[in-house]
Design a protein around this ligand. Structure first.
Ligand code: UGA
Length: 429
């Protein structure tokens, strides 16, 4: 099929590339000419495992190209995906101006029947607004269908999630676009759920909120475990083996972050409020998440007593493993809180140091993880990068004034750390 993706951010770029990989002809459009040029020249705007190779091979095979012209994208493809940002506003609601702008541009460039698919995360009823907008700006000249097709990929595992989805959700208001959507997704061999547009839109917010709820639930359990002297990982394993619960997203941490969960929770609470429902449960999910960070900082402060001028090593800046994304990163939040208290930070992240620099201009960036601990009063694990498990603990211990570690991701074994002579504090254990 001929497919255009408008918006070459995380979702747009990975989706377009994976569509090309299964044989579709794809144009990825972006209104940022610098980004388009970078991609045309073989550069990558983001770090995502496996993506660069896939982009290059599909460009070489002639199935994938980049353009800054929406007109070209709309003229040359049958199915147009919208994958532009839907950033949060101060009151928690979503800024839909990019979606509206793209809908208008599509409308004014459409000369024949097109399927316009929304992939961005949007509030329920956005599909109706997109339909109205396209009708208005195309002046009713051409036929079209609007489809809601939310994306469920995780950063850091995006290619794999896209190539092997658990399910594909297709929200439609008529039968006409269904066959084409099946053709788009047929190569992925995943179950396709065809539903109405509003339900499809709600599935996305309901899914992300539920996953965030799972994390806050285990984080709340971690507080009880700490008070009771129990181990949250044992509890997570024990409850997670019940298939109705499942073990995934039950890793206690210093809190969840990223460009999705915090934003989508606020948006969903706001959407419910506008529909007349006070979603108190999700407000509690938010509260537990912010308390979790506050509790972690308190743990550090009460152990080190005075934070001013304490030299602290921080492993991890990205909001999670396998990404260079620092948007709403708990690790960055933590560093900013420690800096505010006067601590002096030495930080390392395998991928995110460049993107962290503007947010943390006064810290020392260390290129090698085993050098972070040098002269430090404490070491913190803030991101669950698997390579941190291979830290040279002996060397770190020798290089520190006192071997103290605060592990916000439970990467190490408490008994083993104690045996190695560390004062080791983790989450819920
Ligand atoms: C999330 C969803 O998992 C995706 O399905 C969805 O498509 C995406 O949002 C989106 O809406 O675009 P993502 O934000 O990339 O994906 O990352 P996650 O793997 O969900 O992690 C989010 C945060 O939760 C991270 O800070 C992570 O460290 C934290 N987390 C995750 C935990 O603290 N504990 C866990 O058990 C799992």
């Amino acid at each position: 099929m001929k497919i255009t993706i408008i918006g070459t951010g995380y979702v747009g770029l990975v989706t377009g590339t994976c569509f090309a990989q299964v044989g579709h002809r794809v144009i990825c459009v972006d209104n940022d000419p610098a980004k388009v040029k970078l991609l045309q020249g073989g550069g990558m705007p983001i770090y995502e495992p496996g993506l660069e190779e896939l982009v290059n091979s599909n460009v070489a095979a002639g199935r994938l190209r980049f353009s800054d012209s929406t007109r070209e994208g709309v003229e040359q493809s049958d199915v147009i995906f919208i994958a532009v940002p839907t950033p949060p506003q101060a009151d928690g609601s979503v800024d839909l101006s990019f979606i509206e702008g793209v809908a208008r541009e599509i409308a004014s460039n459409m000369t024949a029947y097109r399927i316009v698919v929304d992939k961005s995360t949007v509030p329920v009823k956005t599909g109706e607004k997109v339909t109205e907008t396209i009708k208005r700006y195309s002046k009713g000249r051409v036929e079209f269908d609007v489809v809601s097709n939310p994306e469920f990929l995780r950063e850091g595992f995006a290619v794999d999630d896209l190539m092997h989805p658990d399910r594909v959700v297709v929200g439609v208001s008529s039968e006409r676009p269904v066959q084409a959507m099946r053709e788009v997704y047929e190569p992925f061999k995943a179950p396709i759920i065809v539903t109405d547009i509003s339900s499809a839109e709600l599935i996305k917010h309901a899914a992300n909120s539920f996953l965030a709820l799972k994390i806050s639930y285990i984080n709340a359990i971690s507080v009880v475990c700490e008070a009771a002297g129990a181990n949250v990982q044992e509890v997570a394993n024990g409850i997670g083996m019940d298939k109705r619960i499942g073990r995934q997203f039950l890793d206690a941490s210093l809190g969840f972050g990223g460009s999705c969960f915090p934003k989508d929770l606020s948006a969903f609470i706001k959407i419910a409020e506008q529909l007349g429902y006070d979603f108190g449960l999700l407000k509690e999910v938010q509260r537990i998440n912010s308390d979790q960070m506050a509790r972690f900082v308190k743990k550090i402060a009460s152990t080190l007593w005075v934070l001013k001028d304490k030299r602290i090593g921080v492993l991890g800046l990205a909001f999670k493993q396998n990404t260079d994304d620092v948007r709403m990163s708990p690790a960055i939040d933590l560093c900013q809180r420690l800096l505010k208290e006067g601590a002096v930070l030495r930080v390392h992240d395998p991928q995110a140091m460049e993107k962290a620099r503007p947010l943390l201009p006064t810290v020392t960036y260390v290129g090698e993880m085993n050098e972070v601990a040098e002269g430090c009063d404490a070491l913190i694990v803030a991101t669950e990068w698997p390579e941190f498990k291979k830290l040279d603990l002996d060397r770190a211990r020798r290089n520190m004034s006192h071997p103290i570690m605060f592990d916000g991701r439970n990467l190490f074994d408490p008994k083993e750390m104690e045996r190695l002579g560390w004062i080791y504090k983790s989450i819920g254990r």
